[in-house]
Design a protein around this ligand. Structure first.
Ligand code: X8Z
Ligand code: ZN
Length: 606
């Protein structure tokens, strides 16, 4: 049997492929009582190695070829893993209360947490859950909005149009059009919640949200507080950015469409979900034309191929002393959207065969946004490669936010200096106005993202705990969107809609707090790495490109995987055991000065 840790859009879950049939699992179950806990853990790790291949192959084929048949294959593989998981968690209970070695105890705890959708023990329910999860992710992947009979747009095409279009009504059409794909998911999602909650309760959690919050080496209640604390730290940055962007959009679309004392219409921010706003940089650019940061046009003029864009990211990691990607990465990855079939375009990185068979799955377009996503995805692949010698149960990020933060950290080093060095922009001289321009471009992604990153799981925590019910799914969603992001739906929504389902991570059931944590950790990592690299000057001007010393320390942390509490890993790299937003605050200090000046006299808030 063999196990794989797969990261799908950042989702890291222990995926097992059962080479043995149910009979085998039961036979082994009968034999466990004589096993010591250490022997049991050794067996789990060995079984996981064995289990991996079939499930991973099924998942890969399903994601790169969405058909009825691949749904059958993927859901069968998922059921096998779920059965193995329930059996082994039950067996593990016999070690409760025993005095165990710390690594053994951790392994057993991680076994329990090794799925984001635990199945009930009942076989019929297990089947139902596997079919629903496969089905709704497929509905998302194959989702389309048809403007007319022969003119249908896929999710990634609509995403690009949201980034490129500035016309209010056209944007509205794409925004509402895409959300139609989620309507049929509503009932299935409600049933998914019931089943996965039942699975979580069988594992001893009060609901699935509590189980998700248990994966951070602290109590679920402490984690909730921790994420609230981090949000409090960064909220003032967001408020300034929101205020300024709203004013600019008001100038463009008119104050009747963008009221200057209320939330921003959600379709005007350059992104289908208003989660990252860099595409509207052209509308917000503080000093027009100062400093060349137009990577999009270089990619187009030089006609970069998807492979060349990926090579550029690989070269960055190699410059830190990390290995080249294996030849099989180039043979087996999906870089472009196939013309003849449906695929899940949402970017993901795969560490198949315990990190020996690395792949990405993307539908790469020639844009700077996509280039940064590639650097992000390779962060996952390099992490997977770095911890490949750990036992399977430890082959994971220190916590899931670490997994997201590796590539995010690297993107901070894509400074104008770096981009000029690799020929993606022209070299520009020192000009403080160029710094503000670049910071604005970055803040439109990094800072704009923070409330979104926070609220997605807050909605799900409410859904899983029963505080949010199917009768108010959509209303609760928009309440959180308005509370945190200060945005509002541009047309009336109702409970006939299911807007959460139009965001990939909901139908794909990928926990989202990881991205919120990563957007804070990346700056903390960067501060530590820049110090090691001997950077002189403000954090915003630091690129660790070419620093073997920084790379070595980074890779050492990555190689630990999830073998120790994340606080230990963080301390080794940064000298502190706490996640902390002061680095992001320091980083954007120059921009904050500019924003405060601009917002002077405006009335902010919504
Ligand atoms: O899902 C992703 C990555 C895959 S791990 C492309 N991200 C989140 C999203 O797209 O919503 C990266 C940023 C946040
Ligand atoms: Zn990711």
């Amino acid at each position: 049997m063999n196990q794989l840790v797969r990261i799908v859009a950042g989702l890291v879950f222990v995926v097992t492929l059962n080479a043995c049939n149910q009979q085998d699992a039961e036979n082994t179950a009968a034999a466990v009582s004589t096993e010591t806990a250490d022997e049991f853990v050794a067996r789990l790790n060995a079984e996981l190695v064995e289990l991996g291949r079939e499930r991973e192959a099924a998942e890969w084929v399903r994601s790169t070829y969405i058909t009825l048949d691949t749904a059958v294959i993927a859901s069968a593989a998922s059921q096998k893993y779920a059965k193995w998981h329930s059996d082994r968690v039950k067996q593990a209970m016999q070690y409760e209360g025993q005095d165990l070695d710390a690594k053994t105890r951790r392994s057993i705890e991680l076994l329990k947490l090794g799925t984001s959708a635990p199945s009930p023990g009942d076989a019929a329910k297990r089947k139902e859950l596997a079919e629903i999860t496969t089905d709704i992710e497929g509905m998302y992947g194959a989702g389309k909005y048809c403007r007319s009979e022969n003119n249908c747009l896929s999710g990634s095409e609509l995403e690009q149009l949201m980034a490129d279009t500035r016309d209010y009504d056209e944007l509205l059409e794409y925004w509402t059009g895409w959300r139609q794909i989620a309507v049929p998911m509503r009932d299935k999602y409600a049933r998914f919640v019931e089943l996965a909650n039942e699975g979580a309760r069988e594992l001893g959690y009060s609901d699935l949200g509590q189980m998700w919050r248990s994966n951070y080496d602290m109590s679920p209640a402490d984690f909730e507080q921790e994420s609230a604390r981090l949000w409090d730290q960064v909220e003032p940055l967001y408020d300034e950015l929101h205020c300024h962007v709203r004013a600019k959009l008001g100038e463009i679309y008119g104050d009747d469409r963008v009221p200057q004392n209320g939330p921003i219409p959600a379709h005007l921010l350059g992104n289908m979900w208003a989660q990252e706003w860099a595409p509207i940089y052209d509308l917000i650019e503080p000093y027009p034309g100062v400093g060349d940061i137009d990577v999009d046009s270089t990619l187009k003029t030089k006609n970069y191929s998807p492979q060349e864009m990926v090579r550029s990211a690989e070269s960055f990691y190699v410059s830190l002393g990390m290995p080249r990607l294996p030849e099989t990465f180039w043979e087996r990855s999906q870089f472009s959207k196939p013309r003849d079939r449906e695929v899940v375009c949402h970017a993901s990185a795969w560490g198949i065969d315990g990190g020996k068979d690395l792949r990405i799955k993307m539908c790469i377009q020639q844009t700077y946004d996509e280039l940064r996503t590639i650097y992000h995805e390779l962060g996952h692949n390099y992490y997977q490669g770095a911890y490949k010698d750990q036992p399977r149960l430890f082959q994971n990020g220190a916590h899931d936010g670490f997994h997201e933060a590796i590539g995010d950290t690297v993107t901070l080093s894509m400074t104008p200096g770096y981009l000029a060095e690799v020929g993606l922009v022209n070299a520009s001289g020192e000009d403080p106005r160029a710094t503000i321009n670049r910071q604005m471009q970055m803040a439109l992604d990094s800072i704009a993202f923070l409330p979104f990153g926070k609220l997605i799981d807050e909605w799900r925590w409410g859904v899983f705990s029963g505080q949010i019910t199917p009768q108010n799914y959509n209303e609760a969603w928009w309440d959180l969107r308005t509370k945190y992001q200060g945005i509002a739906p541009p047309v009336e929504r109702s409970e006939a809609d299911f807007d959460p389902g139009a965001k990939y991570h909901i139908p794909a059931n990928v926990p989202y707090s990881r991205y919120f944590l990563a957007r804070i950790l990346q700056f903390q990592f960067q501060r530590a790495l820049c110090e090691i690299a001997g950077h002189d000057g403000g954090l915003e001007s630091c690129s660790i490109y070419g620093s073997k010393a920084a790379g070595e320390k980074f890779y050492a942390m990555m190689a630990s995987g999830q073998s120790e509490p994340w606080q230990d890993s963080l301390e080794k790299l940064t000298g502190t055991r706490e996640m902390d937003a002061t680095a992001i605050i320091d980083y954007f200090a120059p921009l904050m000065g500019y924003l405060k000046e601009q917002n002077d006299g405006r009335s902010c808030g919504w």
